[in-house]
Write a protein that binds this ligand. Sequence first.
Ligand code: TYD
Length: 251
Amino acid sequence: MPSKSPTEEMPKGEKLYEGKAKVLFRGEDAGTIVQYFKDDATAFNAQKKGTITGKGIINNKVTELVMINLARIGIPTHFIKRLNDREQLVREVEIVPLEVIVRNVVAGTMAKRLGIEEGRRLARPIIEFSLKDDDLGDPLIAEEHVLSLELADDEELSEIFDMTHQINDFLRGFFASVGIELIDFKLEYGRLYDEDEMGYCLILADEFSPDNCRLWDIETGKKLDKDRFRRDLGGEVEAYEEVARRLGIAL
Ligand code: TYD
């Protein structure tokens, strides 16, 4: 077995959770978590598995850049600081069990579900919700399900809509400035509790990387995201590196 390169070594702290693309460890300070970004890639609810070499490093740094820029426009996020190539320190939150999906252009499951060709620009962005449940394949749910099943309350839902629209407006321009069209993406939010646990605020959590969004080159339409892996298009390592290069991220 080839030995792992030093940058792939995992932290020694208590492992809290291992997901498909990240591992979460308890941070040194109370209320903090270390997110470790792996090179593992999965698609179709983990039915397809593989590795995209260097992906974890790129996703860690793209997430850092996006979170820092979102904080600058007033979006509260869980990001504290990047620790090294593959790890970042974040605030511990209670994740709202929703995948918040934003679509600017029709692609992926929306194209399939509604029989619309990929690439159609929407008259206005769509915000969709999926229930965060891998065993069920993250089923699409309506706003009514969110409220009736008490996954989030009215106030949280309106904050989620407001923040998500602001994030989309900002990120469309952010990527357009480097010649990339932001087609769709997925966000997760979390509840950050006060120390006395009497109250909490809603903040952006998880990650923002080419794993969770679709990025197309504005000029050529070339896919620069995980669809290269999902659809066996090849060149996934180069695509992730291209996104990093355009964003000015040193690898
Ligand atoms: P979608 O088209 O609904 O699903 P798929 O990626 O399986 O075709 O996805 C819309 C966007 O949201 C896409 O950029 C991928 C992202 N996404 C995730 O990152 N995780 C998820 O669990 C889901 C449902 C979507």
